[in-house]
Design a protein around this ligand. Structure first.
Ligand code: 6PG
Length: 256
């Protein structure tokens, strides 16, 4: 299977190095986006894998190196639970880094769990359209979207075989599923496929099988296979355990 031409795979030695590689990419993309357009629009994921990276972002060199005043933070997906709930993606981000940084409140765009799912999805779509309306006519072009992958091959909260995996009109949709099995909101494929950079952060031996399938088996029909931004790049940041089943000579794979 050949990876989309704009893809790269970077394998790091362990979760700390993976977190640092993610934080470096976050800062580099922030500085480049602000130099180009005066603003950095980024969407982050939930789950456990990005948390070490989020914690790193709260400290130097990222605390002073990322122009947080010009950074707009969105979420890729959210579990519709109270912010105080340990399963809240926004709640975790607040605790892991947002509470330790000075970011204008208007630059932080959490998905709301206070309304019924469909209404919350509409609200978030309006918020995205309002944000990206400042870049007339380009659509929902995030500078960076950080994604995870589940052992079942889901990404964001787009689950294999679910209608969210074939949504082509909406920018945000409500789904139910995953672990925890709750109501969720998720950005959809149209938004993911507009991104300038998609960065997958994947860690641990439990993910080795799905990583091998996604990166070496063209017959696999899983949601990440439908993410191929036309004018963007894809970077797979993996730790050694998640990359353990990949062929040593996989094209486009850099082992650090
Ligand atoms: C979510 C996530 C989800 C996550 C994967 C991987 O809110 O559940 O956004 O897509 O990235 O489930 O989760 P882990 O990093 O915990 O393995």
């Amino acid at each position: 299977m050949t990876l989309p031409k704009n893809s790269r795979i970077i394998v790091t030695d362990g979760i700390e190095r993976l977190a640092a590689a993610g934080a470096d990419l976050f800062q580099r993309t922030a500085v480049a986006s602000i130099a180009r357009a005066g603003l950095f629009s980024v969407a982050v994921s939930g789950g456990s894998t990005p948390r070490p990276m989020h914690r790193l972002l709260a400290g130097d060199p990222y605390r002073s190196g990322v122009p947080w005043q010009l950074t707009h933070l969105f979420w890729v997906d959210e579990r519709l639970v109270p912010v105080t709930d340990p399963d809240s993606n926004f709640g975790c981000a607040e605790r892991d880094f947002l509470n330790q940084l000075t970011i204008p409140a208007g630059n932080i765009h959490p998905m709301s769990s206070r309304k019924p799912p469909a209404a919350a999805a509409d609200d978030y779509e309006h918020e995205l359209r309002r944000h990206f309306s400042r870049f007339s006519g380009t659509g929902p072009v995030f500078d960076l979207i950080v994604l995870g992958v589940g052992t079942d091959g889901h990404t964001a909260s787009i689950f294999p075989g679910d209608r969210s995996a074939v949504e082509t009109a909406r920018w945000v949709t409500a789904v139910r599923g995953g672990t925890p099995d709750v109501e969720r909101l998720t950005l959809t494929l149209p938004v993911l496929n507009h991104a300038r950079c998609i960065a997958y952060l994947v860690s641990g031996s439990k993910k080795a099988d799905v990583v091998r399938s996604l990166l070496t088996d063209a017959s696999v029909q899983l949601p990440p296979q439908r993410i191929a931004p036309q004018r963007g790049k894809i970077i797979w940041l993996l730790d050694k355990a998640a990359a353990a089943l990949l062929p040593q000579d996989l094209p486009g794979c850099i082992r650090k």
